[in-house]
Design a protein around this ligand. Structure first.
Ligand code: ADP
Ligand code: MG
Length: 340
């Protein structure tokens, strides 16, 4: 009995020592126009971990500066003003190529050349205005991914079109942070850029990461969660950035490129789980615009994508998801499971 107890105590002590060494490090700060949080587990000491965390935020700031259409020194801002130019950095060029790829895949529901329309609504500037129909129609004429041509490193924007990569850039940036963490030998991490998430490995090296699915009707609540490893989860929702007009209508920041107005198909959030954050980000925006029926058809065009839609209203919300997801309900919360 004593031997058993001693063995148990020794095991417990060695486990405690072992797990104490594999520490959790975390930092959260405003970046990319949202709250960015980076968490990882590491055997490193605090000093080195803090250096790695600082580098993640430096990287986010640096990459955001390149692709933000608001930053007067960015490559995208310059392209928008002169309509033609060479892109010398690989990150921006790759992001532009990916943007066109996803625009084509989604038949333009994800559209990186909608800036002229988006600007009219004033979400970014905080002006929050409802544009006149004729303004929207005019802006639509000078919008659309078909006006973007990439030839080597040269980008040409025709018909006065301008770029806004807001629907895909965060995914690309958190993807780069994930690459950086892997390059310094870390494998158990979570990066969360305002609901755009990449997870690597396991929580504490022991169990899958638990990702909450937000309740679009109440941001302090979740509707459930999903356990994941080595993948990306991105949610586009109508609760992220919006304003409510005097007559009580909610206008949000995800625009249906077919109408130039906020997508209005009953969906309040579209979550995409995929193998890459760029894919998950572009497709979550496209699926939010597509709505449930069209969206579930759309993802059949690509592999490895899982999606959860939330529609309905606060009292009675409705969940729809792709065939590769199932759920159980415990204590009123949904536990989603992904099938490979
Ligand atoms: P969030 O930025 O809240 O995570 P999204 O990834 O869905 O949400 O991106 C929304 C942003 O993408 C908008 O703020 C705007 O800059 C841009 N955008 C809006 N509508 C579209 C669209 N149909 N296709 C591509 N980008 C869009
Ligand atoms: Mg997106």
């Amino acid at each position: 009995m004593l031997i058993k107890k001693t063995i148990f105590a020794l095991l417990f002590i060695s486990f405690a020592l072992f797990s104490r060494d594999y520490k959790k490090y975390s930092k959260s700060e405003f970046a990319m126009g949202t709250n960015l949080a980076v968490t990882f587990f590491s055997y490193d000491g605090k000093k080195n971990a803090n250096k790695i965390l600082a580098e993640c935020f430096r990287l986010a700031g640096d990459l955001e500066k390149k692709v933000s259409c608001k930053n007067a020194t960015s490559t995208i801002y310059k392209l928008n003003s002169v309509k033609k130019g060479d892109v010398s950095d690989d990150f921006t060029l790759e992001l532009l190529k990916n943007s066109l790829y996803y625009a084509e895949l989604t038949d333009g529901l994800f559209d990186p050349a909608l800036y002229n329309v988006i600007e009219l609504w004033g979400f970014e500037s905080g002006e929050n205005k409802i544009p006149e129909i004729k303004e929207i129609l005019a802006a639509l004429k000078s919008s659309g991914y078909k006006n973007v041509a990439i030839d080597g490193k040269t980008i040409v924007l025709s018909n006065g079109a301008s770029l806004d990569l807001g629907g895909i850039a965060k995914g690309a940036i958190i993807g780069k942070i994930a690459e950086y963490l892997k390059s310094v030998g870390l494998k158990d991490f979570l990066i969360n850029g305002g609901g755009d998430i990449v997870v690597g490995g396991l929580y504490a090296g022991q169990r899958k990461w638990r990702i909450a699915i937000a309740n679009p009707f109440n941001q302090n609540e979740t509707v459930g969660m999903v356990e994941l490893t080595d993948c990306s989860v991105v949610t586009s929702g109508d609760y992220e950035r919006y304003f409510i007009s005097e007559d009580g209508i909610r206008y949000h920041h995800i625009i249906d490129p077919r109408t130039g107005t906020p997508a209005n198909n009953g969906v309040h959030s579209a979550t995409v789980i995929a193998d890459s954050p760029v894919k998950a980000d572009a497709l979550s925006t496209a699926l939010f615009v597509a709505g449930v029926k069209e969206g579930l058809e759309l993802i059949k065009k690509t592999t490895g994508v899982k999606t959860i839609f939330i529609s309905g209203n606060k009292e009675d919300f409705k969940l729809d998801y792709s065939d590769n997801i199932s759920h159980t309900i415990r204590d009123g919360k949904y536990y989603f499971e992904v099938k490979e």
